[in-house]
Design a protein around this ligand. Sequence first.
Ligand SMILES: [Zn+2]
Length: 129
Amino acid sequence: MTITEFLNARLHEEQQWAIHLERNARNYLRAENLREVRGRARQTTVAWDPYAEFAQRVYRSVTGQLRILEEHPQTRGWDGDGVDNPICETCARDDRDGGQDGDPYPCTTLRLLALPYADHPHYQQEWAP
Ligand SMILES: [Zn+2]
């Protein structure tokens, strides 16, 4: 499994969790509002739900991370060890010969994106930043 496949899987799982969390938070909020309306005055109705707001923030954060992942595709170039090795297209620098130089793939950006999932069974220790 490549780091790109790993990150795509983890981030899409997290997006699904955020959607699920927001849906549950909204259902809980509706249930609480009904209880409040039946039991007390209408003005005690809960209008703000921090759980749903947090879930939306997680969703947007993960969507941004997926965009970052897309922005760091693999290409070939000099990685300090060989002229046709995998390097990051975005992080690579143009060299004097018209080629590209870069650190071995994955770049630090992708390694940092994967770091929160270091305890996942499919995380590979060589991805550690
Ligand atoms: Zn990169």
